[in-house]
Design a protein around this ligand. Structure first.
Ligand SMILES: *Cc1c(COP(=O)(O)O)cnc(C)c1O
Length: 478
């Protein structure tokens, strides 16, 4: 399997090359040159398999020669062994129509562990074989950071630098990053927004000399391998509820469009999906696109679901590539226009095409709190604010009759453990959800981080000063 850039002027890569590259050299994102397809029988056979086995079957067509089937199986078993639920991603029925797909049983209590626990191990496997070392630089609005750090900590072949917007991530999220005691982990609190952090990272990657010097790589959702691993839970959940014999719908709380794009990828591979309900908080660029056909940035507003406080959804470019029928030049042009003007209007036909599979809804903070309270009242479940945004969006669409088939089960993705956002949950229900035992002393652990201004030069110097460089050369002191 080869991977191509959405912007068409970077070289095609193999799976392991795309894994290490993250962002393409032309600023685009990597995509498989051809989609593998699963027959109805293959999809049916996934029902009830151990979770790591479903991931194995989904990944085989994507990984090519990067590792053997046996090595991949061992790696996956190991990656999911640390999860707090033996089913890894259990489905829980909420009411006659709606199901909760719990993706938060990993070490940092967010869905990002599902992919990143695999990714850290994939990196190490590939790097060890190549006797290489890499520098991971990422931007996080909260959950990616701790999940990436947990995936990379103490790995011999990786240094990790994590940029987060100072004062804009929850205390639990911050502490999950800053209390990790590992010599290869560097936390940077940037005086700016998440989009500023993401811009800094993108600009560092665009500097080819720096990028090559530091062997830069990414683990945020622009990395194709991460999307590939996430495809698995869409198949697993749908098969458990009767796919391919009946269609399902998914409600996905969305920020960078990575998670819901993985669902779209499952649909491209043959999973019969009626709709993806793209759920946003008040930072609703994607919902506005689906309502108006125009992607237009606005100021980022802080919300109760900070991991979705995003106005530039990087992975949307992967969908654009399909909306433009794989015309990479047109995508590059559209993205350049978007960069310049903050607006992108792909035209009526492409918008209609997007609406065949996607529908959008938003929930502001009041609606989020009301939803957390309602779910608790009616089902006894505590859900985190991100999950609540997804459920609220799904409910509003069901009430509007937006799903054509009245029997379609709706699977709402539960993306974080309620204890990760205890203030919001307590405000809504009066109950403060406790942290699981392995994190119980989080508030007593010592924090380590550096504060830097929103300044490219200073961030670049910091990385240069602290990273161990490729192939074991040591430059600067850690
Ligand atoms: C990252 C995150 C999201 C958004 O996921 P994307 O892939 O960026 O769309 C939603 N909820 C939680 C809890 C997250 O950590």
């Amino acid at each position: 399997m080869r991977y191509v850039s959405t912007r068409g002027s970077a070289p095609d890569l193999s799976f392991d090359e795309a894994l290490l590259a993250g962002l393409a050299r032309d600023g685009g994102l990597y995509l498989p040159a051809r989609w593998p397809s699963f027959t109805p029988d293959v999809i049916r056979s996934l029902a009830g398999l151990p979770y790591s086995e479903v991931v194995h079957r989904v990944l085989i067509p994507f990984v090519g020669k990067a590792l053997s089937e046996d090595a991949l199986r061992r790696l996956l078993t190991d990656a999911y062994a640390g999860f707090g639920h033996t089913a890894v991603a259990p489905l829980k029925q909420l009411d006659s129509r709606m199901w909760l797909l719990e993706l938060f049983h990993g070490p940092t209590l967010a869905f990002k562990d599902c992919a990143l626990q695999v990714l850290g191990r994939l990196f190490d496997h590939v790097l060890e074989r190549a006797a290489q070392r890499i520098t991971i630089v990422g931007a996080t609005s909260g959950d990616t950071g701790s999940a990436a750090i947990e995936a990379c900590r103490d790995r011999e072949h990786i240094d990790i630098f994590m940029l987060y917007p100072k004062g804009r991530v929850s205390e639990v999220q911050r502490r999950q990053m800053t209390t990790v005691k590992a010599g290869n982990v560097f936390n940077i609190a940037v005086e700016g927004t998440f989009d500023d952090c993401q811009d800094l990272v993108k600009t560092l990657f665009a500097d080819t000399a720096f990028r090559d010097d530091m062997a830069l790589s990414a683990v945020n959702s622009i990395n194709w391998a991460r999307i590939a691993v996430q495809i698995a839970y869409y198949f697993a959940a749908a098969a458990a509820l009767g796919a391919p014999n009946r269609r399902v719908a998914f409600a996905v709380p969305t920020g960078n469009f990575g998670n819901v794009y993985a669902g779209y990828a499952a649909a491209r591979m043959g999973l019969p999906v009626e709709k993806f309900i793209v759920a946003s908080n008040r930072n609703d660029i994607l919902t506005r696109f689906l309502e108006t056909g125009s992607l237009a940035t606005a100021e980022v507003q802080p919300s109760l679901s900070p991991s979705m406080d995003i106005q530039i959804s990087s992975n949307f470019e992967r969908l654009l590539f399909d909306l433009y029928d794989g015309d990479a030049k047109a995508v590059a042009g559209a993205m350049a226009e978007f960069r310049k003007t903050g607006r992108l209007t792909p035209g009526n036909a492409r918008w209609k095409k997007a609406l065949q599979l996607f529908d959008g809804a938003r929930a502001d903070d009041d609606a989020t709190l009301a939803e957390i309270a309602r779910i608790h009242r009616e089902t006894g479940e505590l859900v985190d604010p991100h999950t609540a945004v997804g459920i609220a969006a799904a409910r509003s669409k069901i009430e509007l009759g937006a799903l054509s088939d009245a029997d379609t089960p709706v699977i709402a993705l539960a993306t974080a453990h309620p204890a990760k956002f205890p203030d919001a949950v307590e405000r809504a229900t009066g109950i403060r959800p406790p942290l699981p035992a392995n994190l119980a002393d989080l508030y007593e652990r010592e924090e380590r981080f550096s504060v830097l201004p929103n300044d490219l030069g200073q961030v670049r110097d910091f990385v240069r000063a602290h990273a161990r460089c490729p192939a074991g050369r040591t430059v600067g002191a850690a």
